[in-house]
Design a protein around this ligand. Structure first.
Ligand SMILES: Cc1ncc(COP(=O)(O)O)c(C=O)c1O
Length: 402
């Protein structure tokens, strides 16, 4: 019996996936980046259509200059946590800027988006008195936050406020604190949450609402403040979590709230206290990206126009899509094998999307997850659409001859 026995079946499946198309879908390496939407992969130019670079700001001139200046002024790393040595003026300024942009009184910057959820949930909910209720399709970092917290965790049906209502109603008087966790846009299928309805149910039962807008910040709402802004209920959110690694084109994350007690997390949240703070360059790039997206909605407009084009084209090709028009366009495949075949064909046609298969997907679905960027040019999207056209034709051929 070895420590490694448990990996055998996963390794077997992994090797079979790699052998099927001659590529490793989970190990694609960009030999050279050519811009926000193109890279060289094994000597070939590829259109990147699986990133989370929704506003395309990774090469934004202001962000690049701000990052360079920050390295020159403050060095390459902080070598300390937010709690000790690792809080610079840039971290504090970004907290103030994010709070102001979102309209919250308090904000804490974490080292990653993952740690923002991990740190907020594990510090807010504690056993034995508190209960966490999470949407079944929540991201791994929300599940991990629940595990780190140790508080009782109850799942409710995805995007179903009634299911949450029933579970909250069943809780006995011994439960003191109730924390409900949902996301604005779910990254695999690209569907959005009915945030208003969830906020009503949560507050009716005296529960707090934590909303992760990782994928919807910068994208949804008239000002880019997420699905809660689009639904007009930003102020109903108790804890708003987000990341710098998507629309803000950097690395890091944050939690914002109007509850002054958020500040207690600075000395009680382990994922905040016991890891190095984001580097000056990451903070400066995120700050510059935030200023850009707050001042200019043209990227958001381009993103939505690109999303509409892709959604329409894929619908016409007859693909089954997992959600309405949005920046994530997920195509549902009939099986894991079909998804692997289609993913390899797309690579052959110069397009990189995300292959997502069970167990990492909701409802054990096998999907090709494409994400649209404001930086995709019309020519990029021509390449994408013609690659999907080839896939659709090839799959119909397979079906016809089966
Ligand atoms: C919903 C959600 N929350 C949080 C994260 C973590 O963000 P980060 O990659 O910045 O740590 C992700 C990552 O993809 C995510 O999808």
């Amino acid at each position: 019996m070895s420590l490694f026995d448990k990996f055998a079946s996963t390794a077997e499946q992994y090797n079979a996936i790699c052998a099927a198309g001659g590529r490793d879908p989970f190990g694609v390496s960009m030999d050279k980046m050519l811009g926000p939407t193109r890279a060289m992969v094994k000597g070939r130019e590829i259109v990147l259509a699986g990133t989370n670079n929704y506003l395309g700001l990774t090469y934004n001139e202001d962000a690049v200059e701000a990052a360079k200046d920050a390295v020159a002024a403050s060095g390459t790393g902080t070598t300390g946590s937010r709690f000790a040595n690792g809080t610079y003026d840039g971290h504090r300024q970004l907290e103030r800027d994010l709070a102001e942009f979102l309209g919250f009184k308090h904000c804490m910057v974490f080292s990653t988006g993952y740690q923002s959820n991990l740190g907020a949930i594990s510090a807010l909910a504690q056993p034995p008195d508190d209960v966490i209720l999470i949407d079944a399709d929540c991201h791994a970092c929300i599940y991990d936050g629940c595990q780190l917290s140790g508080a009782q965790t109850i799942r409710f049906r995805h995007n179903d406020p009634e299911s949450l209502d029933k579970r909250l109603a069943r809780l006995g008087p011994a439960v003191k604190g109730k924390l409900v966790c949902i996301e604005g846009m779910y990254s695999m299928f690209g569907d959005t949450a009915p945030v208003k309805a969830f906020a009503e149910v949560a507050h009716k039962h005296g529960a707090y609402l934590l909303l992760d807008e990782a994928h919807s910040f910068g994208v949804y709402g008239p000002g880019g403040r997420g699905v809660c802004e689009a639904e007009g209920v930003l102020e109903e959110v108790d804890f708003y979590t987000g990341t710098f690694s998507k629309s803000l084109a950097s690395i890091g994350g944050f939690v914002a709230s109007n509850h002054p007690e958020l500040e207690y997390l600075r000395f009680s949240s382990r994922p905040y206290m016991f890891t190095a703070s984001p580097s000056p360059a990451n903070v400066a790039a995120a700050s510059a990206a935030l200023k850009t997206l707050a001042a200019d909605d043209s990227m958001r407009k381009s993103l939505w126009s690109n999303a509409r084009r892709v959604h329409e084209a894929f619908t016409q090709l007859g693909f089954e899509l997992c959600a309405d028009v949005g920046p994530v366009v997920a195509v549902l495949m009939k099986s894991r094998e079909e998804a692997v075949t289609a993913w390899n064909m797309l690579m052959e046609h110069g397009v990189y999307v995300n292959l997502a298969i069970p167990p990492g997907t909701p409802n054990a679905a096998s999907i090709l997850r494409l994400s649209v960027s404001a930086a995709h040019t019309s020519e990029d999207l021509d390449v994408v659409i013609s690659a999907y056209t080839a896939v659709s034709e090839a799959l119909s051929v397979v079906e016809a001859s089966a």
